[in-house]
Design a protein around this ligand. Sequence first.
Ligand SMILES: Cc1cc2nc3c(=O)[nH]c(=O)nc-3n(C[C@H](O)[C@H](O)[C@H](O)COP(=O)(O)O)c2cc1C
Length: 179
Amino acid sequence: MAEKMILGICGSLRAASRNMGLLRCAREEMPEGAKLVIADISELPFYAEDREKTEAVRVFLEQVRQADGFALAVAEYNYSVAPALKNALDWASRERGDVFAGKPAALMGAGGGMGTSRAQYHLRQTCVYLDLRVLNRPEVFANAFSSAFFDNGDVADTEEGKKLRAKVAALMKELCERA
Ligand SMILES: Cc1cc2nc3c(=O)[nH]c(=O)nc-3n(C[C@H](O)[C@H](O)[C@H](O)COP(=O)(O)O)c2cc1C
């Protein structure tokens, strides 16, 4: 059977992003028969209907088309979804053919005390319109300011980090079973 491809998209563009660290962790924990490709959305311009697609947009849209499922790392800005992630989804949502319809998606996030739960619930609303099938559990609401992360954003080798890694692995297993 062909290897399944999960596309990881991260809402934070900063170098030491904990959310990107979650995606790197997910990539390491993929079950057999599946791989996680992390999209580079850092060069996507803001979407406008009459804007020509740049090379970065074309590459991203092709990755979305090819993906069997999505792992979305939901950075929370001001109680909602960080704009880079929303913008990436907006670009793909205007493609011909429903590029998201019926595909599974897993949400995870690292933020303040609420672990990006507010942003994740906002994103779930967007996913309804995109017809993505978002998994309900396990929920990955990580504290970005805890010992679960190294300074470079990677999930740490601490007790808290190991628990987080196990949750991410379980989420990827669920996702790949549906992809
Ligand atoms: C503009 C901005 C707004 C933020 N708003 C929130 C927020 O509403 N809730 C929250 O938990 N953290 C908030 N934070 C803190 C981020 O969750 C924290 O910086 C986190 O590490 C960002 O994710 P990253 O490490 O992937 O960049 C905010 C940070 C920034 C820069």
